[in-house]
Design a protein around this ligand. Structure first.
Ligand code: FES
Length: 159
């Protein structure tokens, strides 16, 4: 060992390399965590849209319609709530709450479309009757058609 070098004062090359690697990867991770969200914002992924203008929501006497009074069906990527008001009277609205985008449900006993997130209530025309939503639920068209073997089918369409 040379006379002017004392133990502990010379940087250990392995330690320095490890420290450089650690700082380099940390900086890379920081850079990626900033660049990736900005890139996704500027170039968002394509949202799946319905390939058709109509969706079959099922049989009018579907047990789900009869028991719960409603069903959530998918119109492309968009959830739609289909409410069974009567045997052949159905209503359909976007199931995305206009407040902060929670999914609504139908309370059959109260005949109210309800959002659990902040206790919003919509009537059977989709109008806001309680809670914070700023707008009504966007409506969808809905009609009942004769299906195979005499069963009635509920068809949802863009209105
Ligand atoms: S998200 Fe529905 S009431 Fe807030």
């Amino acid at each position: 060992m040379p006379a002017d070098v004392t133990p502990g004062t010379i940087p250990d090359p392995d330690r320095r390399r490890l420290l450089n690697w650690f700082l380099g990867t940390s900086f890379g991770a920081l850079l990626a965590s900033i660049v990736y969200p900005v890139a996704r914002f500027l170039n968002p992924p394509e949202v799946e849209t319905a390939a058709t203008n109509e969706v079959d929501a099922g049989a009018a006497n579907d047990p789900e319609f009869v028991a719960k009074g409603y069903k959530i069906v998918r119109f492309g990527s968009e959830p739609v709530i289909v409410v069974r008001v009567g045997e052949t009277d159905f209503r359909a609205f976007s199931a995305v709450c206009t407040h902060l985008a929670c999914i609504v449900e139908y309370l059959k006993a109260n005949q109210i479309i309800h959002c659990n997130c902040h206790n919003a209530q919509f009537n059977l025309q989709g109008q806001v009757v309680g809670g914070p939503p700023p707008k009504p639920l966007p409506p969808f068209g809905v009609h009942v058609v004769a299906g195979a073997e005499g069963s009635a089918r509920v068809i949802v369409s863009r209105s």
